[in-house]
Ligand binder design. Sequence first.
Ligand code: DGY
Length: 300
Amino acid sequence: MKVLATRRYPGPAFAELEDVEVGAVSGLTEVRPEIEALVVANEPVPVELLPGLRLVANFGVGYDRLGIETLRERGVAVTNTPGVLNAATADLTFALILAAQRRVVEGDRRVRAGEWTGSWADGFLAEELTGSTLGIVGLGRIGQAVARRARGFELRVLYTQRRRSDTELGEYRDLDELLGEADIVTIHAPLTPETRGLVAARGLALLKDGGVLVSTARGEIVDEPALVAELVSGRIRAGLDVFSREPHVPEELLGLPNVVLTPHLGSGTRQTREAMTRIVVDNILAFERGEPLVTPVQLR
Ligand code: DGY
């Protein structure tokens, strides 16, 4: 089966694909009827140029940019890589929470700029993490991994999601209550028509003064211009791994001390990315053999 992959994906599993071409889909200019399977990292699929396409194996759990409606209409199967990136994303969430809450990046910049000249006792102060209230928006697999890690920091955990679940991981709140009650809010919902713009300007205004917002999910879930305005005002702090128009990051954020910025690193560990490639390849091999897909996306 002829596979087009938008890059050489990391890890040894990639070498198991026998007939694979590596090349960006954005660079396709002519129709390629021989391509039957495509590997992308949540990138738009140019279906009009790939009339023979039968499978899209997405490297990643979120598939919001593929153009899923068109793929469904064309009968193209889609797979993703759930499960293996929960730990890495939850770990990065805590890296961002700690960095924002304890002003780690600001401190690092001060040291590098030669501004650490006096006693530690004269240094700037941050807020304690231990004992804070953490609000989790979306208690799916990654949200749950975050809630479990929160126990180690003795955090009180609140959560909100479409369906209230019977869980001991946290106390349910509706979104507005959670935004107003938590010291730190972290977003773990998938991007869907329902969650696009879920945390709007009105919701951001409910955050406590000095509160922290962290997102490792999708930039479009938060009203980005409203978030930028809140950060520019200095009222809140943030740790942001995702943005609405990646790799573009709003210019206004670049010089702000109260926001920590990372380039969509949630799943970015060698172990996790290699495990994601393993699932991508297993799906392609299963499809080739006519076996059930390992992790199909249900196209409703
Ligand atoms: C995903 O899998 O959707 C993530 O955003 C990749 O880190």
